[in-house]
Design a protein around this ligand. Structure first.
Ligand code: ADP
Ligand code: MG
Length: 709
């Protein structure tokens, strides 16, 4: 079986336009030219169908204008008032301040990024409508960077008739454009009979009605929508979880039937590598390696999930397995979720395995052409056995000569579809028509509840590394109000002068990577001004790979003492000498993310600190989360508390919603649905195989793959 290669979008030609279906590339829609298509691709949108399932990440209620006197800190609100005055302040930070009033009270709007046209628009007496979050400022309530519109008459600034859907997007694709494309996609779906065929046993509404409601919410009772409990949401998340369950059954059946290379070199490799390591493997690491050794030698494809808390040493386990594979004359590929992490893995592996004369290749989506071609050639000839990269490793033009093992690190960022694509790569490599597939090892720091594992990983065996390397001390965690920022800075300055290194993580709840980057740059400038004697670095998602790498290298090498970063460093980054982590606005993050971030320190022998800075006032839930972080260090316990605190319907876990390749279902929130869906899957498995295939195609893609067992 071969990879599906999607045809490049054909140029539009007048007259001979093919019928637009859900499978048609988005470029056939109005408002999606080649440039837009490129950006949409970055959002995972290529075909019309992809637009349907590009769901709002949240909703904003702009249906009511809130009188200024009723505003409270923490609230998100639509307000309307007259501009009273506007001025630009230079201290403590350049900002534009605009005061408005509505007869009931007044409010200050504050902008840190603005241009002259914007500034000059705020003429006293004009009317203004703004939407944003209210917070307590030094002189009363304020809104920072609200979305706003100006007009000469309040009747031109009415509230919105319906909830406003907010989509995940990227620079250059405005919300309005997404909305218009999605509307076209919905119209196409309405005419597609296969799409609208009944799915037996799933309660209404049907798929199309559910999608319409989520994209264009209208009507009276939308409260449940805001907490993720609307029947339309339930319908889709049930479909999605069911699709995953069915898909897993196929995978398991298929892998039980498939053959894989017999690799018997692991024990000897482990012994050889141990000689090179500056530490002894923990008992848990050795136990998991023994399980892997057995799988690799079995002749059946290994499908093993290795779970272990942050810092337990999963990388070295992967390295042993990869090296064993190389020693058996096969290739192994390690795939990481971000460029930054892939780069680090490449360096670490090269360092770990360099003594043993094994070369590590590197493949990323952003390589220069010549470099990339050279890498592709070396992959295809098999001359280099070990490869590290991002998802670029499983694009269709990458052809391994003889791929024996795939390692996926921090798997929660990779979905089933990617796992399948990777597995198919192994088949391509089977020169003599022998249908063996590569072994797969999946590494995760995220503990997964059992019911969920049954749905999402029913095809996997699970190993747990339940022991940290000796000598680790828990990261001392303190929760500090932003009001004491000056004291924090002083402490950081002292610690760095004493030779320690620190991360300063900027958080921003924003769809846009660009705004995140801007915020980090701003903090970087500020910290450099406030701590002039320190060498400060900066890393964020918008930097060029070379720049990022240089920044990381400077930090690893101790050239910089304080690294300002966005949450790009959340996953996997390993700088043992860094022993202080400051998380700005920690109240904005969920427990899983906070735990991952904190796991970046406490990796060396020295005592480490984590400072959770928050912006008062704290909501009860945020206070409880920070308290969990302060008192608890065990990832499994934190995950459990996370579930309890989030409860059904809490939207806080928005970022986690994207995990494991799920588009809408939230593993934590929706665990209660699973028993019912398991029953349904049993029924479909025997009685409705066609419906099952349709559902898998809809949610995971490419149904043809699953039919082949
Ligand atoms: P994670 O499981 O979070 O991916 P890493 O693989 O990054 O953890 O390992 C964390 C740190 O612990 C690394 O610096 C690694 O070299 C070190 N390490 C791994 N195994 C051991 C061990 N058995 N003894 C001491 N240090 C170890
Ligand atoms: Mg790791």
């Amino acid at each position: 079986m071969t990879q599906t290669v999607r045809a490049a979008p054909i140029a539009r030609s007048r007259g001979s336009k093919p019928p637009t279906t859900l499978d048609t590339p988005v470029t056939y829609l109005k408002g999606a030219g080649p440039a837009a298509a490129e950006r949409l691709r970055a959002l995972g949108i290529e075909r019309v169908a992809d637009l349907l399932f590009h769901l709002p990440s949240r909703y904003e209620d702009r249906r009511r204008i809130v009188p200024l006197a009723q505003l409270k800190p923490g609230m998100e609100a639509l307000v309307r008032g007259r501009v009273v005055a506007a001025d630009v302040r230079f201290a403590p930070r350049r900002s534009l301040r605009v005061a408005i009033e509505d007869g009931s009270d007044s409010l200050l709007l504050r902008f840190f990024h603005f241009n002259e046209t914007q500034r000059d628009g705020f003429v006293a007496g004009r009317w203004l409508r703004a939407y944003g979050q209210v917070r307590a400022g030094a002189n009363g309530l304020e809104m920072v960077h609200p979305e706003y519109r100006l007009a000469d008459d309040p009747s031109l600034l009415p509230p919105e008739p319906r909830l406003t859907a907010v989509y995940p997007t990227t620079a250059g694709i405005a919300q309005a454009r997404l909305r218009s494309l999605i509307r076209q996609a919905l119209d196409i779906a309405a005419k597609d009979s296969a799409f609208n065929a009944e799915l037996p046993g799933l309660p209404p509404p049907d798929t199309l009605s559910a999608l319409r409601l989520l994209h264009e919410p209208d009507g009276e009772d939308l409260g449940p929508l805001l907490v993720g409990r609307h029947p339309a949401q339930l319908r889709l998340l049930r479909e999605e979880l069911l699709a995953h369950q069915l898909c897993m059954r196929w995978l398991r059946r298929r892998s039980q039937a498939a053959a894989a290379a017999r690799i018997e070199t692991l024990p000897a490799t482990q012994a050889a590598l141990q000689e090179q390591l500056p530490f002894a493997l923990t008992g848990a690491q050795r136990r998991v390696l023994a399980e892997i050794a057995q799988d690799l030698a079995s002749g059946r494809p290994m499908l093993r999930l290795v779970q272990g808390d942050v810092g337990c040493g999963k990388t070295v386990v992967a390295a042993v397995a990869m090296l064993a594979c190389a020693r058996a004359g096969l290739q192994a590929a390690l795939m990481a979720p971000t460029e930054l992490l892939a780069e680090q893995h490449a360096h670490n592996l090269a360092r770990l395995l360099g003594h043993l004369g094994v070369e590590v290749g590197w493949l990323s989506g952003r390589m220069k052409r010549a470099e990339r071609e050279e890498a592709l050639r070396a992959v295809a000839t098999g001359e280099r056995p070990l490869w590290v990269g991002t998802h670029a490793l499983f694009q269709s033009e990458v052809r391994f000569a003889r791929l024996g093992l795939v390692v996926v690190d921090e798997q929660h960022r990779f979905g089933v579809a990617q796992r399948l694509a990777l597995r198919d790569k192994g088949r391509l490599g089977a020169g003599d028509g022998q249908a063996w597939v590569p072994h797969q090892l999946i590494m995760s720091a995220t503990p997964i509840p059992r019911t969920l594992a049954q749905t999402l990983y029913a095809d996997l065996d699970v190993s747990v590394i339940d022991e940290l390397p000796p000598g680790r001390r828990p990261v001392q965690t303190v929760v500090i109000s932003n009001a004491r920022r000056a004291a924090v800075l002083e402490r950081i300055g002292q610690a760095c002068r004493a030779g320690r290194q620190a991360y300063w993580v900027c958080t921003l709840i924003e769809e846009s990577e660009q705004l995140q980057a801007q915020a980090a740059e701003e903090t970087y400038r500020q910290l450099r001004a406030e701590l002039p004697e320190l060498r400060v670095g900066l890393v964020h998602g918008r930097m060029k790979p070379a720049e990022k790498e240089a920044q990381m290298r400077a930090f690893v090498g101790g050239l910089t003492q304080l690294l300002v970063a966005t949450t790009v460093i959340e996953v996997g980054v390993d700088v043992p000498n860094a022993s202080i982590m400051i998380i700005d606005n920690a109240e904005r993050l969920g427990l899983a993310q906070l735990h991952q971030l904190r796991g970046r320190v406490g990796r060396g022998g020295q005592a480490s600190q984590c400072l959770l800075l928050y912006q008062p006032p704290l909501s009860d839930n945020a206070r409880a989360r920070l308290e969990v972080m302060r008192t608890c260090h065990d990832g499994f316990v934190i995950a459990k508390r996370d579930l309890e605190l989030r409860g059904p319907g809490e939207l806080l876990g928005r970022r986690q919603t994207g995990v494991i390749g799920l588009k809408i279902a939230d593993p934590a929130r929706d665990a209660g649905e699973i028993p019912m869906l398991t029953q349904l899957a049993d029924r479909w498995w025997t009685q409705a195989p066609r419906a099952a295939q349709r559902l898998i195609a809809r949610w995971i893609g490419d149904a043809g793959r699953y039919a082949q067992v």
